[in-house]
Design a protein around this ligand. Sequence first.
Ligand SMILES: *Cc1c(COP(=O)(O)O)cnc(C)c1O
Length: 434
Amino acid sequence: MREIVPPPPPIIHNQFAEVRELFNRYVVPSYGRFELVFSHGAGHHVWDVAGKRYLDLGGGIAVCALGHANPEITETLIEQSRRLVHVSNLYYHEPQGRLAQRLVGHLAPGKVFFCNSGAEANEGLYKLARKFGHDEGRYEVLTAINSFHGRTLAGIAATGQDKVKKGFEPAVAGFRHIPFNDLEAARAAISPATAAILIEGIQGEGGITPASAEYLLGLRKLCDERRILLLIDAVQCGHFRSGRFQSFQRVLEGIPGAESFLPDGVSMAKSLGGGFPMGAFWVREESMGVKLCDLLGAGSHGTTFGGTPLGCAVALKVLDVIERDRLADNVRTTGDFLKTSLAGLAQRYPGVVKGDRGLGFMLGFELQDRERIPGFAASDKPASLQMVNRLHEAGVLTIPSGNQIVRLLPALSLPRSLAEEGLAVIEQVVKSVA
Ligand SMILES: *Cc1c(COP(=O)(O)O)cnc(C)c1O
């Protein structure tokens, strides 16, 4: 695999306090941010304004599929922006058509709608579900407890976590939550108003939990029986993060009867543009006798920036590189190595690490309760946050998920050597708090 690590530009001076003050005064404080100010990146590393280097195992929350400042992405941005950046969806252009063709090729016959974020991709799926059920008075979408589907009003209604809903009532109507990986609960929850079931292929923000093969197959059968759409939020778990284009393809590998499994809609974003903001949803050509892919007809849905020539050219390049460099294979082998190593960590330090989670490059390790970890007991901050902070001090970026899980969502190109380097740092930090 080709290493893409050009030398970083020189550091001029430490602007930490100045940048921090700009945020204090001028940026809406809706995020809990870490006390880090970054200036540049290259490959799998980013540098803060004091010149300290960090190994990025968070990938900007599963976004930077090809790492930082990838020269091929930079080249594509420059080349396409010289030609055509935006024309609006009043017109046709080649990159959007080509990208849709490629995504359909990786999934199955159907069509693609382009937007700008994960929440917006899911919005499209809710509208698809409502349109599908409209003539029968069906509109309800069932989603999972602990799911995450985005921060728009419908997104927080769909999300199965109270913390995102609080203070923004009344909730958008038409969403109910069911326990994840529990087929009987799904069956019992279906009402005459239910039009769709939406789940994440691997729950991300909820703590890295893959949907089981039995659950996926059971949901498909249930949805067919009850004429309900099966929708998958692949915003985080998609785009080869599992080692296959879609996580359900990986989970169902080798399972008898699973070859024909297909959801009715799939939302995408995060890694799709490799850092360029992009979202999309794929909708299946036909399902339950309905031509689903043409359900959202002219005038029914849209967005100004969706699928610009620039965004699509970049996403096409991201796909080119993933395919040419066989990054899905890298995700499988290096991901398996990381997962096995995290399991080993749990064995060696059971007082700190409870176990490993996930698959491919959507991994996590679960920590013990804060009070039980000697190095964390003194602070009342969640164990996940304390661990991520210690890892920052040690020069590695990871991402907390809930109070007890630390996520690894590295670039799909992360080589084994850097995975080993990151693991060594994680082990050293785990040891220091044990
Ligand atoms: C990040 C995420 C979203 C929201 O995507 P945005 O681009 O932040 O709107 C939705 N669903 C899942 C599973 C996600 O991980």
